[in-house]
Design a protein around this ligand. Structure first.
Ligand code: GDP
Ligand code: IMO
Ligand code: MG
Length: 428
């Protein structure tokens, strides 16, 4: 009856979507537990290339359920757009369900996200602008609208009215912006209720029933551990818990059901948005890698910041999640580099910092200490077995395993499903 979590170990975009699509053929359901359409998960398989923001990345496999749990915040327009896209490409969407407890990203959350970012000026977080942060704020502030509320008919209007009165006061009095019309918001809600109704389910029960029937599940992480509201580089984080704790609360899942926690890491580092990134590369080196790797965001198209693999941050991520195995993606991007570097420590004013600091100002000041290793000329791109990997690439993986104190179970050598090396079985 096990569940296996697939979690971003860095700042997001590690290739979770690809790995979930690869593994999902061996499970019965893929379940999203956190985030919203700030996520962009890319899946490339025999059916084509898919950019998924809300629908779980196992959807291309016939018979695999796609469940959106209570911990996710949902923009119903985005969800329906994605379902239409999938349906038009002959993917069966009847297996999708969404929790009645999931919170809705309301039109005013998107306005609020933009206004707050503008007000932050030079300290802007660089959010995706999808209203995700404000939706989580309202959830915790007990004024959120849940998917179940949308279906409640008459009970909905007073809740929306109360929330909108508060938001309109905020928009006009603090931000000198415009009011949103209650009629328009309510009309949107009525449309959404009808659109979502067929998909709304008590998902915690469905998850438990699947487990009771001996079925296995993948828990799909979004974002990454270093963007976690508790464990990330606060305040330059997202507003949810992408790390393993979020999987239990975001699904109503008993932690004993979790048999494995897979940490997905790129073979180097990237970050979108602001905030500290100790191993960041600047200048031509970053530009060359970004172009080679085509490092532009799936959701916003923004250029991703680039850096060498950061084993200090990575080890912290292992600690927070208890990863039982690592996945290293995009190894192929490092093909042809004369040498590759791993950040093995930080220093501030010549003093060693031996762990990932909680203080963001301190993290900003951290200078990377690098270990340099010889690169490899022979390609790893598209390799499907360990024996195809050049010796120096194997040494690079081994060094990362040692530094992270965690074994690599999967190596990804290209975006396509089959461009994958399974070093050890993951779903057992
Ligand atoms: P996610 O948000 O973690 O699912 O990652 P994204 O989909 O936002 O970004 C990862 C990008 O890398 C996507 O364009 C993937 O198709 C691509 N990708 C995943 N694994 C590999 C790999 O091993 N090699 C290469 N070259 N691309 C990969
Ligand atoms: P996936 O699931 C990369 C980043 C944003 C910003 C910060 C806060 O594709 O890995 P938000 O809109 O969440 O309030 O923005 O978090 N961010 C991501 N970066 N991948 C993601 O998701 C991200 N989701 C949010 O760029 O820095
Ligand atoms: Mg992404």
């Amino acid at each position: 009856m096990p569940a296996y979590a697939v979690i971003g170990g860095q700042w997001g975009d590690e290739g979770k979507g690809k790995i979930i699509d690869y593994l999902a053929g061996s499970v019965n359901a893929v379940v999203r537990y956190a985030g919203g359409n700030n996520a962009g998960h890319t899946v490339v398989n025999d059916k084509g290339t898919f950019q998924l923001h809300l629908i779980p990345s196992g959807i291309c496999w016939p018979g695999v359920y796609g469940i959106i749990g209570n911990g996710v915040v949902v923009n119903p327009d985005v969800m329906m757009g994605e379902l239409d896209m999938l349906s038009s490409r002959d993917i069966d969407i009847s297996r999708v369900s969404i929790s009645e407890r999931a919170h809705v990203i309301m039109p005013y959350h998107i306005v609020q996200d933009r206004l707050e970012e503008e007000a932050r000026g030079s300290s802007a977080i660089g959010t995706t602008g999808q209203g995700v942060g404000p939706a989580y704020v309202d959830k915790v502030g007990r004024m959120g609208i849940r998917v179940g509320d949308l279906l409640d008919g008459e009970d909905l209007a007073p809740k929306v009215e109360r929330a909108l009165a508060f938001k309109n006061a905020l928009f006009t009095k603090i931000y000198c912006g415009e009011c949103l019309s209650l009629d328009q918001v309510m009309s949107k809600c009525r449309d959404w209720a009808e659109m979502l109704r067929p998909y709304v389910q008590p998902t915690e029960q469905i998850v438990q029933d699947l487990l009771d029937q001996g079925k296995s599940l993948l828990l799909e992480g979004a974002q990454g551990t270093l963007l976690d509201i508790d464990h990330g580089s606060y305040p330059y984080v997202t507003s949810s818990s992408p790390s393993i704790g979020g999987a239990c609360t975001g699904l109503g899942l008993n932690p004993q059901a979790i048999a494995g926690v897979l940490g997905v890491f790129k073979a180097y580092s990237t970050r979108v948005g602001s905030g500290p990134m100790p191993s960041e590369l600047l200048g031509q080196g970053a530009e060359d890698l970004r172009e080679k790797a085509h490092e532009y965001g799936t959701t916003t198209g923004r250029a991703r910041r680039i850096g060498w693999f950061d084993a200090v941050a990575g080890r912290y991520s292992v600690l927070v999640n208890g990863f039982t195995g690592l996945v290293l993606t995009r190894l192929d991007i490092l093909d042809g580099f004369p040498s590759v570097k791993i950040c093995v420590g930080y220093q501030v004013d010549g003093k060693d910092i031996d762990r990932f600091p909680s203080n963001t100002n301190l993290l900003e000041e951290c200078q990377p200490v690098y270990e340099e290793m010889p690169g490899w000329d022979e390609p790893t791109a598209s390799a499907t077995s360990r024996s195809q990997l050049p010796k120096n690439a194997v040494a690079y993986i081994k060094r990362i395993e040692e530094l992270m104190r965690c074994r690599a179970q999967i190596i990804s050598t290209g975006p396509r499903r089959e461009e994958t090396i399974l070093l050890e079985p993951v779903i057992v």
